[in-house]
Ligand binder design. Structure first.
Ligand code: ASN
Ligand code: ZN
Ligand code: CA
Length: 327
């Protein structure tokens, strides 16, 4: 006899949060009573299967092996809520069905990933200076790979691969803002909590992607030949520019300075509209082979649907593409 419960948990990143759990008669499982019944498992350093479903005596979670589970479960729940409440999507396939999360993958594994074959998210513990890979923006990034896979299906190489990666950074960031969590306030950085570089710097920067030393700020004809985590740069930059505008700005204590290809200033229309435009483009107009030029027309079509072909939003979308050298 299972009952839907609401527990509390304290992981590594988000302070004390509420967690969807299920009472089993003897304790509680880390299985959400809503959100398609999302479950979170401890792989216990294994690399296959599901390991064991997290279980707890009093529904107060965290500490030891549970901390990564708390953050992964919270990340999946928050991402589910963002897609449902902001974009009207019910789960990765829009069918109300949950994926699941696995934490403590392998030994000192410094990555996280979405898998189409298990329809699940997996997180490593990190190594050396890197913390567990379970921060909110990373969790939302990985879960969004599931959404991309089940919508546009952007092929994970060439320019479409960069757009696939950017889609995960765009919604990873959108979810972080949506969560409004005091311990992980919204920013335009990716992975700023996991300290993957060991010097406090984030994995990626959306205002000026080249700050990571490898990502591109602008489209160029060789973009499709570099790693997808670097060819995502121009699209991440487009999202920042269209949300916040070019130039210098400090938001939630983080300083940004976003350049444009031709040095001409562009103004932002706010993240809320940009999320809706990218989502409609992804789910209505993009396909497995969409490149940067086609992403431009996809977002213009989406902006036209949402705000009209003669709207200020439509013009701003176009200006942001020009600002990353797509016209
Ligand atoms: N964390 C990486 C990503 O989501 C894993 C990978 O490269 N497949 O892109
Ligand atoms: Zn990714
Ligand atoms: Ca972030």
């Amino acid at each position: 006899d299972e009952r839907i419960e609401t527990g509390t948990g304290t992981g590594d990143y988000n302070g004390t949060v509420t967690l969807g759990t299920t009472s089993t008669g003897s304790g509680y499982d880390l299985k959400d009573g809503g959100r398609g019944g999302h479950r979170t498992y401890d792989l216990n350093q294994g690399t296959s299967g599901t390991g064991t479903l997290f279980h707890d005596a009093d529904d107060v979670w965290g500490g030891g092996r549970q901390s990564a589970g708390v953050d992964a479960h919270y990340g999946a729940a928050t991402t589910w809520d963002f897609y449902k409440n902001v974009l009207g999507r019910s789960g990765i396939k829009n069918d109300g069905v949950a994926s699941y999360s696995r934490v403590h993958y392998g030994n000192a594994y410094v990555n996280a990933f979405w898998s189409d074959s298990c329809f699940c998210m997996t997180y490593g513990d990190g190594a050396g200076n890197a913390n567990p890979l379970t921060s909110l923006d990373v969790a939302a990034h990985e879960m969004s790979h599931g959404v991309t896979s089940n919508t546009a299906g952007l092929r994970y190489s060439g320019e479409s691969g960069g757009l696939n990666e950017a889609t995960s950074d765009i919604f990873g960031t959108s979810v972080e803002w949506y969560a409004n969590n005091a311990n992980d306030s919204g920013d335009y950085l990716i992975g700023e909590k996991i300290d993957i570089n060991g010097d406090g710097s984030p994995l990626r920067y959306m205002d000026k992607p080249s700050k990571d030393g490898a990502s591109r700020d602008y489209w160029s004809k060789d973009l499709g030949r570099i790693d997808v985590h670097y060819s995502s740069g121009p699209a991440n930059h487009w999202y920042y520019l269209l949300s916040e505008g070019s130039g210098a700005k400090t938001i939630n204590g983080v300083s940004y300075n976003s350049p444009t290809y031709d040095g001409k200033a562009v103004s932002g229309i706010g993240r809320a509209k940009v999320e809706k435009i990218w989502y409609r483009a992804l789910t209505t107009y993009m396909t497995s082979t969409t490149n940067y030029a086609a992403a431009r027309t996809a977002t213009l079509s989406a902006a036209s649907d949402l705000y009209g072909a003669s709207s200020a939003e439509y013009q701003a979308v176009n200006a942001a593409w020009v600002a990353i050298n797509v016209r």
